[in-house]
Design a protein around this ligand. Sequence first.
Ligand code: NAP
Ligand code: ZN
Ligand code: ZN
Length: 347
Amino acid sequence: MKTKGYAVLKAKEPLVAFDFERRSLRPRDVALEILYSGICHSDIHQAREEWGPAIFPMVPGHEIVGKVIEIGSQVSKFKVGDLIGVGVFVDSCRKCSSCLKGLEQYCVEGMTGTYNAMERDGKTVALGGYSDKFVIDEDYAVHIPDNLDLPGVAPLMCAGITLYSPLKNWQAAPRKKVAVMGLGGLGHMGVKFAHALGAEVTVLSHSATKESDAKGMGADHFIVTKDAKDLRHLHKSFDLILNTVSADIELDPYLQLLKLDGTLVVIGLPGKPYSLNVGTILDQRRSVAGSMIGGIAQLQEMINFCAKHQITSDVEVITADYINQAYERTVKSDVKYRFVIDAKSFN
Ligand code: NAP
Ligand code: ZN
Ligand code: ZN
């Protein structure tokens, strides 16, 4: 299937227009016309090899929303014309303990990423969502309801699920105090979900200008984190802290904000290791945890939750020729709050 997209040809180079072929449909495959594709900070980390060696040419993009244009002979979940979403992985082993529990993102053999990955045949390079068409096994895609703003749906496929999953796992609810570190693509979804789940929400941000936006999204409090000393009055305050910061920071000042048995979940992945002051976690029996996206069943649950609560991402819709500028602005935390590419502009 002839496909037009944008690719990084070599690490750290700007993205350029790139034509390629996608596979023809297998019996359980669905082909979609991509409508919108979000720009996640993980795209930038990988295009710049901030997580180690990557596969090039790379077509990034794992926040995909589109419309089904063709189905394989054995497809039962989708029909032509359906709205469809694709996220961070396109396959997994389907038989390990994680896959059987619907936690495909933690597949023991490793999930197959939507891009910067080899497909399970061991020879095809997976190419992602900065493109006009996509082909996916129906088991790894979700239904998108028709009552949501579609550009704002694309980021739910990564940013949305990545914050929804830990909020559910650590039971954000009324009377729980939740803090979100970093009001970017992920963080702003965390604020919306934590608020919808009834928690008291605090944003910890290094951008003072974002306060009124944060409050509009449902934050109860907004704290500027220019200096760790400014946080002393918040020591032992939070049940749950979700760290979505994409840059290298000191964790210790934030760990001190956890109350007894509180958990700081690391979600941002800047690349370098964090140092951990063990004394800080012994005190108050604190935990540090990690969380990675969510499984397919939870992805559908999150989309349905969004449809019920009318939650979407706040987006700036761009054309493909703006991707390189969008990367620069994202790195400077200058995006409100997710760039989304209008896929018509790949043609
Ligand atoms: P983003 O839109 O760029 O947001 C990151 C936010 O971090 C910024 O908006 C900013 O918030 C804060 N920040 C940036 N530089 C900072 C600095 N020097 N000091 C303090 N705060 C800073 O990125 P994103 O797409 O939300 O992704 C965030 C991170 O999560 C990335 O590392 C990404 O790779 C990772 N990620 C992880 C998963 C997972 O499954 N765990 C999934 C997707 C992405 P303020 O302006 O409010 O301070
Ligand atoms: Zn992502
Ligand atoms: Zn598996």
